[in-house]
Design a protein around this ligand. Structure first.
Ligand code: C2E
Ligand code: MG
Ligand code: MG
Ligand code: MG
Length: 281
């Protein structure tokens, strides 16, 4: 139907606007219960070194499966979690889950490379972010060296003055830092000097145009060379085809994350494909 509201002027709301609005309201209300009702899970996507074939690390990616709404993509609910502040609790939950998982794998004597967790810009508004995360990791008996903090380029450049000291704190606590979606945001290259980072992740939009757009290829190559020149590891994200993989190999890219290798997967799948048979003892 079409609702027509008159208040001086005249506003028309069509079906789709109403549906979008109600959906968001629904998600917002339900998201508040998602943790306590055990609706959240983590999947892990492998990051593989294409030179050695070894697992270099993995990224924890959140999933929300609601009993009646079904699976909701993080692309849809993370922005809502940020707006409402629920991201603070979700961020804490993700970290505790990752620590528990690290402990499970380590106590089974499996060799576990790093696990990367995504942090939202909103989380960096908490001045004590690094120490509170460090506390969580300590309480769960984990070593920060096993954890990579991923922050998107756009959120780190957004408010450099407040983000930069927090990144330095993370480093001081022993965490590794990755800049996510690199190339997509402001790309203020001068700031790269000041950022205490370990890893650059090339945004998937470049990777996906690698073989169709020569400019994307040039940018990708430039990011790879710059990373190596600065002694950073570089991860190409969203690699879907063998063609893209071959191009990245020619460009001397170290690490690949994408469907061509593996999608985000459950801990059981990851163990079978990557961790079993690589025991530390
Ligand atoms: P991101 O951090 O850039 O994560 C990479 C996204 O690319 C993931 O989407 C992953 O599933 C997807 N991907 C991996 N390989 C391929 C590929 O070959 N092709 C394509 N087209 N996509 C690929 P996902 O899991 O839907 O997550 C989307 C975004 O949601 C993430 O982007 C991240 O920004 C956010 N997110 C996910 N989990 C968390 C979390 O725990 N906390 C926060 N704050 N944000 C999260
Ligand atoms: Mg990420
Ligand atoms: Mg990314
Ligand atoms: Mg992203």
């Amino acid at each position: 139907y079409q609702a027509k509201i008159q208040n001086g002027g005249c506003q028309f709301f069509n079906d789709s606007i109403i549906r979008t609005f109600l959906r968001k309201l629904d998600l917002e209300n339900e998201l508040r219960w998602a943790i306590s009702r055990n609706q959240l899970t983590l999947l892990y996507q492998p990051q593989v070194n294409i030179k050695t074939g070894h697992l270099n690390g993995m990224e924890a990616l959140i999933r929300w499966n609601h009993p009646t709404l079904g699976p909701v993509s993080p692309v849809e609910f993370i922005p809502i979690a940020e707006e409402t502040g629920i991201i603070m609790d979700i961020g804490k939950w993700v970290l505790i889950e990752v620590c528990k998982q690290l402990n499970r794998w380590l106590s089974a004597s499996l060799v576990v490379p790093t696990i990367a967790v995504n942090l939202s810009a909103r989380q960096f508004l908490a001045r004590d972010l690094a120490s509170s995360i460090s506390d969580i990791v300590g309480e769960n008996c984990c070593d920060p060296q096993h954890i990579v903090i991923e922050i998107t380029e756009s959120s780190s450049m957004n408010d450099i003055e407040s983000v930069l000291p927090i990144l330095h704190e993370f480093k001081a606590f022993g965490f590794q830092i990755a800049i996510d979606d690199f190339g997509k945001g402001y790309s203020a290259l001068g700031y790269m000097k000041q950022f205490p980072i370990d890893i650059l992740k090339i945004d998937k939009s470049f990777v996906q145009e690698l073989t169709s757009d020569s400019k994307s290829a040039v940018i990708t190559k430039a990011i790879i060379d710059m990373s190596h020149g600065m002694d950073l590891r570089v991860i190409a994200e969203g690699v879907e085809t063998q063609e893209q993989l071959d191009r990245l190999r020619m460009m001397n890219c170290d690490i690949i994350q994408g469907y061509v290798i593996d999608p985000p997967m459950s801990t059981e799948q990851l163990e079978i494909r990557y961790l079993k048979g690589v025991r530390s003892t």
